[in-house]
Design a protein around this ligand. Structure first.
Ligand code: ZN
Length: 299
């Protein structure tokens, strides 16, 4: 099996073509305004600042760019927001058994650094699924103006460990973190569920400040995921709500920023597996997660 297949190439953001398009459309007379935009206009995260500000900066704002600026504003609702995507597991964890079995402190107890994850019966690995959805999600969120960071991008031999996965979100001061997974439950168990951090205040874990915002994030992600994918909440966890609260996951226990896991479906059920192995369905999955995050961050 190749671990550098073309499937890992994410679709590139379209932002560059937009910039080029604007550059073609905007003649040289607007150059001064554009220079102003480049030097100082973006500092406040806004599109162009007030007319008075622009005048003080010595630039004359022509009428046309305000339209362009409006487009920029409408098209970048997540400007200034940081989203960390955590693609569950790692494609080559299975080659590093000793390393991933090493116990790490998750506050409530000690737990394996990481796990290999599951796969479909035909051998499509969960780690391959999570990274593919992460790439699609990154593209969608970057189009909305978010700064996006992945905890791993197929660039590590194993892991990161669950405690480090949490620390990456914390260190990035993420406004939202979503850990992407697919489940390995018995056949017949179907549907998605979102895992929320429970209240933990023990050892190095303290989730008290993130329980409420994470629940808000999780509810929105679950709702939008169901709508975008046309699938139902889990029939085996969460009593039909698509939500489950846990206190045994290091990635949640150690987070200090709003964070949820999503189990997108059950890889061991043939009907769910048919969805999870479809690129078109994974795009819908990423779209649903993205919409939930956008709803959460826009408030
Ligand atoms: Zn998993």
């Amino acid at each position: 099996m190749s671990y550098a297949s073309p499937h890992f190439e994410p679709p590139r953001p379209r932002r560059r073509s937009l910039v080029v398009g604007l550059a073609v459309l905007v003649p040289g007379a607007l150059l001064g305004w554009l220079v102003y935009e480049g030097v100082g206009g973006a500092a406040d995260g806004g599109p162009s600042g007030s007319a008075a500000t622009r005048a003080a900066a010595g630039a004359t704002p022509p009428a046309v760019p305000s339209t362009a600026a409006d487009v920029k504003e409408v098209g970048a609702p997540l400007r200034g927001k940081v989203v960390v995507i955590d693609p569950g597991h790692n494609l080559t964890n299975f080659r590093h058994t000793a390393e991933i079995n090493r116990k790490v402190d998750i506050g409530t107890n000690r737990k394996e650094c990481d796990t290999t994850g599951t796969s479909t019966n035909s051998g499509y690995a969960e780690a391959k699924f999570t990274l593919d959805v992460a790439h699609r999600l990154r593209t969608l969120l970057e189009r909305q103006g978010a700064t996006v960071k992945l905890t791993q991008d197929g660039d590590r031999p194993y892991g990161p460990c669950v405690d480090e996965r949490a620390r990456i979100g914390n260190g990035a001061h993420a406004d939202a973190v979503v850990s992407i997974h697919a489940d390995g439950a018995p056949a017949g168990d179907r549907g998605y569920h979102v895992i929320l951090p429970g209240r933990v205040h023990k050892g190095i874990a303290d989730t008290r400040k993130i329980v409420a915002p994470s629940a808000a994030l999780g509810r929105l992600v679950a709702k939008d995921f169901g709508r975008a994918t046309g699938t139902s909440p889990s029939n085996y966890i969460g009593d039909g709500t698509g939500l489950d609260t846990r206190t045994d996951l290091g990635g949640l226990n150690l987070s200090t920023v709003p964070k949820v896991f999503i189990e997108c479906g059950n890889m061991r059920d043939s009907k769910d597996a048919a969805l999870l192995t479809s690129g078109a369905w994974r795009q819908k999955a990423a779209q649903g997660i993205s919409e939930g995050i956008v709803s959460f961050l826009r408030g």
